[in-house]
Write a protein that binds this ligand. Structure first.
Ligand code: BEZ
Ligand code: FE
Length: 291
């Protein structure tokens, strides 16, 4: 590149950066300045062609067109680029033994049935029964009683209840830890499922030889007075090696889901009608509130 070409490119970036200097909101100015610096550096580094620029505009336009109140393709794009997980990581700083956070995903619902400890949250969704138990403690090891746990998962066909057409609520519930900080419930053994891949994000995954599959997981949101709310998953050991399309796996969140025959005694005497069942332990440690 000639010195004159470099001068023109640098001058343009500097002019755009200067245009944000009078932004009254300091945080907005910081974010827009940094974004401009990175985007200009990107365009110059890859020598973005005008056809590539148009392809990017077309991709984002298609992402907007497929998005509605049930389908959020922009979040999916953020997920497969690892931006969602990086934002989670930045905002949930490591703190002692506190359980690591991961992505919330699009299938959380603020309203869910309340169950008692020992109940089955599957509510008729198809899948292998899975007994899940654990404790909630703070980082000093003190049990947290009355912590609220929201739990949600896909059925064994990889579908969440919100994806059913009949509006029924299954495989999601909330419950509270008992006086010793313990909890227990029946659920379904998590199975692998693809993120929605029939839109532009699916095309991106295809063009880059990437799988849409998520590692089998059970979603948890744990909240308690005076402690940092945790959004996380329990992942099934073994399956995590296949890789996760949204980069949500943390080694510390991988658990053994022990598979047992139907005649193995269940913790609460439940009679198992399927060929097998599993059990897993997921102890949760909540960090203090930041600040
Ligand atoms: C989920 O785990 O439910 C999920 C997360 C990110 C994208 C799609 C689904
Ligand atoms: Fe999920």
């Amino acid at each position: 590149m000639t010195p004159e070409q470099v001068r023109r490119e640098e001058e343009l970036s500097a002019t755009v950066l200067a245009s944000f200097e009078a932004t009254p909101d300091v945080r907005l100015r910081t974010v827009l300045t940094s974004l401009t610096e990175h985007l200009h550096a990107f365009v110059r580094e890859v020598r973005l062609s005008e056809d590539e620029w148009q392809a990017a505009i077309d991709f984002l336009t298609a992402t907007g067109h497929i998005t509605d109140e049930r389908r959020q393709e922009f979040i999916l794009l953020s997920d497969v680029l690892g931006i969602s997980m990086q934002t989670v990581t930045v905002n949930n700083a490591a703190h002692g033994e506190a359980t690591e956070s991961t992505v919330v995903g699009p299938f959380f619902a603020a309203q869910s049935p309340r169950i008692e400890n020992g109940d089955d949250l599957a509510a008729g969704a198809p899948g292998e029964p899975c007994w899940v138990e654990g404790t909630v403690t703070d980082t000093s090891g003190r049990p947290v009683s009355a912590a609220r746990l929201d739990v949600w998962e896909a059925d064994d066909e990889g579908r969440y209840d919100v994806q059913y057409s009949d509006g029924r609520t299954t495989a999601r519930a909330h419950l509270f830890t008992d006086r010793s900080g313990a909890y227990r419930f029946w659920a379904l053994t998590p199975t692998p499922y693809p993120i929605p891949d029939d839109g532009p994000v699916g095309a991106l995954l295809k063009a880059t030889n990437r799988s849409p599959m998520r590692v089998p997981h059970l979603h948890f949101k744990a909240s308690a007075d005076g402690l940092r709310t945790l959004v996380t998953h329990a992942f099934v050991r073994g399956a995590e090696l296949a890789g996760d399309s949204v980069f949500g796996v943390r080694e510390s969140l991988v658990r053994d889901f022990q598979r047992l025959p139907p005649d193995a005694p269940t913790p609460d005497g439940r009679v198992i009608e399927s060929d097998s069942w599993t059990r897993a332990r997921f102890d949760i440690v909540l960090a203090p509130l930041p600040g």
